[in-house]
Design a protein. Structure first.
Length: 45
């Protein structure tokens, strides 16, 4: 029974860390998109 509990805790930890990683990638992509937009606006002036 304790092995199942340990495995469940490990799986939960992996899922939580994966969500944080995906969220970080999303923020990075958003920052890159903002940089491209700002550069395009500066060039068009």
């Amino acid at each position: 029974m304790s092995k199942v509990l340990i495995m469940a805790a490990m799986a939960a930890a992996l899922l939580v860390s994966a969500c944080n990683t995906v969220a970080g990638v999303g923020r990075d992509m958003q920052a890159a998109g903002t940089a491209v937009k700002n550069t395009a606006e500066e060039v068009s002036r």
